[in-house]
Write a protein that binds this ligand. Structure first.
Ligand code: ZN
Ligand code: ZN
Ligand code: ZN
Length: 319
């Protein structure tokens, strides 16, 4: 079966209508392209590949679809994860709101996480494929460039912190490996390399690997209470606060845009950082001894920072 048909079928099988990348519209644009029949030899420079007719419709259309899809995915993933992490009465209300029967919630949650991971990955492939097709038709690199632009606009699904959280969530709630296998050709797990450093391995179709090294570049240990910066790098919460020159009480939102990521040196990456609660839970379960020791050490530091923060607040109030 062709990819476009498989994509459509996957979306049809979803229990409710979900936003999609309208591949047929985009294909129709490329089909009517005027320069596609030009011989590649006649297109020596980048300007020869320029196609204002396609560009006017192709990129705005795919951008619109992508933002609808990414917003939908992020919102749904957050709702699901929030209902997992929420407790007591709040959890009950949330589940009622989501029309889930409490009895079947475990199976429902697993199914929903699987559907969302499948949805994100198959959509990411659909986007990659149509951008490649754009480049093939035009003999250009514009499609690839657009892909990198989308990453900086946080529209790349495979780089979404919520996809990582959903995968960690799925491992956390699955009772066995069989429950975990059933996602659209996606396999992921937590591993340790030869030097016992933890790695989050993600294998996608077409032998694409999205492996994440979970060693913090600041403390050089396994990320503790991890946060996902907007540049896609992961640090311990405390380490991120020290790099961003804020206390744990003020939080990363108080960081100025001048503070840079210690890995890629990009600025303004702390304000929109996402706390990876599911990954944190997964790591704490897989290395309980390390987690407990780190928790004890950090608790003292957190108390110290909180004390200093409130003392300075009191001083400035009295002055
Ligand atoms: Zn064209
Ligand atoms: Zn660290
Ligand atoms: Zn970075």
């Amino acid at each position: 079966m062709k990819f476009a048909d498989r994509y459509q079928q996957f979306m049809k099988e979803q229990k409710e209508e979900v936003p999609v990348i309208r591949l047929s519209n985009l294909k129709a644009v490329l089909k009517n392209c005027e320069i596609k029949d030009m011989h590649p030899k006649d297109r020596n420079t980048e300007e020869d590949c320029d196609c204002p007719v396609c560009d006017r419709t192709f990129f705005p259309s795919i951008l619109k679809d992508m933002s609808v899809v990414v917003n939908f995915f992020n919102k749904r993933a957050q709702e699901l994860l929030y209902s997992h992490l929420a407790s007591g009465f709040k959890k009950y209300i949330l589940r009622l709101k989501r029309k889930l029967k409490l009895k079947a919630s475990h199976e429902n949650m697993i199914k929903e996480a699987q559907d969302l991971v499948g949805y994100a990955t198959i959509t990411a492939f659909a986007i990659q494929k149509i951008l490649k097709k754009y480049d093939k038709v035009h003999c250009s690199k514009k499609g690839q460039r657009f892909k990198y632009q989308a990453q900086t606009m946080k529209l790349e699904l495979l780089k979404s912190p919520w996809l990582l959280e959903l995968m960690a969530f799925h491992i956390n709630v699955s009772k066995n490996r069989d429950e975990r296998k059933a996602i659209w050709f996606v396999d992921f797990s937590l591993h340790k390399d030869d030097e016992h450093r933890p790695l989050f391995l993600v294998n996608l179709p077409h032998s694409i690997e999205l492996n994440l090294d979970l060693t913090c570049p600041i403390c050089l240990d396994t990320v503790f209470d991890p946060v996902f910066l907007t540049c896609s790098h992961i640090l311990c919460h405390m380490c991120a606060c020290s790099v961003a020159s804020v206390t744990i009480v003020e939080g990363l939102r108080a960081a100025t845009s001048a503070k840079k990521c210690p890995i890629c040196r990009k600025g303004g990456v702390f304000g929109g950082a996402v706390q990876l609660a599911e990954l944190s839970m997964l790591l704490s379960r897989s290395m309980p001894k390390y987690w407990k020791g780190r928790l004890q050490r950090e608790r003292q530091e957190r108390i110290k920072q909180a004390k200093e923060f409130w003392e300075s607040e009191c001083r400035s109030f009295l002055e």
